[in-house]
Design a protein around this ligand. Structure first.
Ligand code: P6P
Length: 324
């Protein structure tokens, strides 16, 4: 597909299956969220909603608004049988005949809204496997069985990054409210020189990861070290940079968070699908993220994701196969 193609035409071949309508509904929700975020400072949608979600995390007002936009856009799409959201405890069934189920983080990184840092909507789309009303089992599928995954990043510009299993592509939101193909067939660098981690947690990291960080910050011209450390604190922003500039993003399990912090179903799996389809790699430290079958819908996971060489080098240290 050529630059300038509208999303709706890019999706033409997925119209009959209903997948196009599901993706376009998510893009519509992204457009609504984009417009609300743009006015966030004016329209009293900054700050906390005074609630906590299923994760026990403080819910930002925009989290609630974004979640409602996604529900309203998906619930009437015939092909969308059900949704799981970071903001809702259980599966939200929409219709028994819907062919697909959608797992969504409606507004990842929302604590960054108040400081106008990038935030995003992340989604993963599987075919339903149960016969009647959609249920949790329909979502507990490995990433390698995804039909599509994507995110919408609300930053200095708004982009929809999407893979339907045939490459990873980015569509920029234009002033005519259309998502227009701007980055066809994104290919992540095999090796980058940026590492992205919350180094403030250094004391809680396992020895192998500490050793990897020592290696990244060592001096060696041939391997372009020291690497640069870049960390936005918003998964969508950090991974979007990694996708376009190369390198590695790490959110490890650590002594405080034994299974990591990020959600497997609607953060780690869709992001891994996009990066792998751009030629990169993604692991939980032991196995490829896309091979993991989630055991419950809000399960957490460690994640090492990015350029293939960077991920493999890091895992050599984390798995203690090499010491620096
Ligand atoms: P920390 C945002 O709250 C988020 O869920 C991800 O977007 C981000 O990568 C991570 O948490 C940041 O976590 O512990 O570094 O603040």
């Amino acid at each position: 597909m050529n630059k300038g193609t509208f999303l709706k035409y890019f999706l033409n071949q997925y119209t009959e299956s209903g997948l196009a309508a599901v993706i376009q509904a998510l893009a519509q929700a992204g457009l609504f969220i984009h417009k609300r975020l743009g006015e966030a400072g004016l329209a009293d949608v900054l700050g906390s909603a005074g609630q906590t979600n299923i994760q026990g995390e403080s819910v930002q007002k925009m989290d609630v608004i974004a979640n409602n936009y996604v529900i309203d856009c998906l619930k009437n799409v015939p092909a969308c049988g059900a949704m799981v959201s970071e903001e809702t405890e259980n599966v939200l069934p929409f219709n028994d005949m819907g062919k697909y189920v959608v797992a969504v983080d409606p507004l990842d990184g929302s604590s960054n809204i108040d400081v106008a840092a990038p935030v995003g909507t992340i989604f993963a789309i599987w075919e339903k496997i149960s016969q009647d009303t959609p249920k949790a089992v329909d979502f507990l599928q490995p990433g390698k069985k995804l039909n599509a995954a994507g995110y919408i990043i609300y930053g200095s510009s708004t982009l929809l990054v999407l893979s339907v299993g045939n490459g990873t592509h980015a569509f920029t939101l234009a002033s005519n409210d259309e998502f227009i193909l701007s980055h066809p067939d994104i290919v992540i660098k095999k090796q980058g020189n940026i590492y992205s981690i919350n180094q403030g947690n250094y004391q809680k990291f396992e020895e192998g990861l500490k050793n990897y960080i020592e290696w990244c910050t060592g001096t060696d011209k041939e391997s372009s070290r020291p690497y640069s450390l870049r960390y936005i604190g918003s998964m969508v922003g950090d991974i979007h940079r990694t996708l376009l500039k190369g390198g590695i993003f790490i959110y490890p399990a650590n002594k405080g968070e034994t299974k990591g912090k990020l959600r497997l179903l609607y953060e780690c799996i869709p992001m891994s699908y996009l990066v792998v389809h751009a030629g990169g790699d993604a692991s939980n430290g032991e196995k490829p993220i896309l091979d993991i079958t989630p055991q419950e819908i809000h399960e957490r996971s460690a994640i090492y994701i990015g350029s293939k060489e960077n991920v493999h080098q890091c895992l050599e240290f984390v798995q203690r196969k090499v010491v620096y």
